[in-house]
Design a protein around this ligand. Sequence first.
Ligand SMILES: Cc1cc2nc3c(=O)[nH]c(=O)nc-3n(C[C@H](O)[C@H](O)[C@H](O)COP(=O)(O)OP(=O)(O)OC[C@H]3O[C@@H](n4cnc5c(N)ncnc54)[C@H](O)[C@@H]3O)c2cc1C
Length: 494
Amino acid sequence: MADDFDVIVIGAGPGGATIAALCAKAGLRVLLAEKNDQAGGKALTVRRKGTGYEMWPVIGIPAGPSRYDELLAKLDLTDQVPVSVPTPEARATGGIVYHGNDGVWRRMAGGADASANPLENYAAAFGLTTEDMQPMIEMATAVLALTDDDLAAMETQTTLDYLDQFGLPAGVMAYIGVLLNMFFLIGPDRIPASEGIRVCVRGFTLVGGESVYFRGGIGRVMEVCAQFVADNGGVYMTRAKVQRILVEEGRVAGIETANGTFRAPIVISNAGIQPTVLNLAGKENFPSEYVSYVEGLEPSWGIVGWRYFLDGPVFPPAGLAFGDKSWWTTERYEQARAGDWPDVPQLYWSTPGLWDPTIAPADGGQVVLIGTLSDPDPDSPMSEEGIRRVHETSLEAWPALGKHLVRKEAYTTKSVSAMTRDSAVPGAGGECIGIAQTMEQEGSNKPDPRTPLEGLYIVGCDAGGKGAATHQAVDSGFRVAEMVLDDLGVRSPA
Ligand SMILES: Cc1cc2nc3c(=O)[nH]c(=O)nc-3n(C[C@H](O)[C@H](O)[C@H](O)COP(=O)(O)OP(=O)(O)OC[C@H]3O[C@@H](n4cnc5c(N)ncnc54)[C@H](O)[C@@H]3O)c2cc1C
């Protein structure tokens, strides 16, 4: 039977939309099948009555170096999705909200502002003396001296072990710990230093600074990539949940959706490695050791929280609220799972209208997305406890919230799973990133995007990429595109 397409991509999340557009750019006939009614995956931006926002806090972190820029430039789409940044006045209202041991909440601009000295920035936030600053200076000097080769060689050391040698002040360690938790959604005791130090400590706190957002919302990048497929000889189908990957004579042959069956010799899945292998393709099509390996992969943690609809300005553009004990190692995560939470849960929030005024509510109000860490299990009782604590702490940290709150909607790991990846093994589905970036699953231990089933590839945060969150997924889109084009003998576009 003749093929309908050269390549089929399942899912238009950051990884799927990237690879679909790059394959279309290389001249392949691409079908991009997305189950939701728009592209974006976990970073999808909704627009309601002129207001735009994500379903939960999503900002591209860190800003530079960004593969988003590279992607948009390669597709000649930069003008369609310019970068949006908050005004300095908005940023100055406090991206770091620190709950000191004296019980007082202190606020300051978050992120390393390239125009200021980041160390001075942190000293002011955490009330540090010159003496307290010494370990920070030593840490910053050591990290900035690391070459890319040095960092790559740190794959077998944990990020926490690396940081512990400096004896950082508690507030600074809490800030870095919370950042690491939010970038990687696991404890720094599990994150290889090669990624944790490269991406978060060097890339964000010391060099890159800031975060990135796009005009029209972060999901707009994925929308223009999906449209690029349709504009370049391919087909972009929404509301097209893939029910099964067709396998014939030991290799991939296409996909089955409620809209019909489509044939291609290559299927690239952004639906998550576990749902793809265990449900869509079926265990029977893989060697049993590979099935056991996939079943055993550990998901990242989840995030749960609220969408706040406010009738006035309360929150800054984005940031973190925390106290000294709010950052979680594996041990603290397990304690919280057992019901023993820290006094202050770490909060992460974004206010999309302050990044991009074109999507802000017309009445001067705010939509704020806020959340804290949780178990990725869509059925975990931790979700309910998490959202309760998020609201309680938000009311304390932003006293004006109570006065301006018009409406609030909760999201949990069940909502995340329903909107993005199916739960294919017990305890997984609502993960924030994909499989956890632990020492056992990161770097050279990361799953191979080429699966043992001929013609089936994995793209997105589960395979092929480096970096944090959406950046990792876009990076995977680039790298897996190279693999697929190589395997097909097609030249990659310049
Ligand atoms: C609460 C929360 C906060 C976050 N905050 C940030 C942040 O601030 N910054 C950041 O960079 N990242 C953030 N992330 C993480 C980021 O969104 C993910 O890392 C990223 O979206 C993963 O990209 P992906 O391409 O791997 O997959 P996904 O984004 O999960 O996309 C997968 C796509 O596949 C589709 N799909 C799945 N199954 C099927 C099927 N059977 N048929 C058709 N389509 C299917 C889904 O609908 C989806 O569109 C956050 C995530 C969450 C949940």
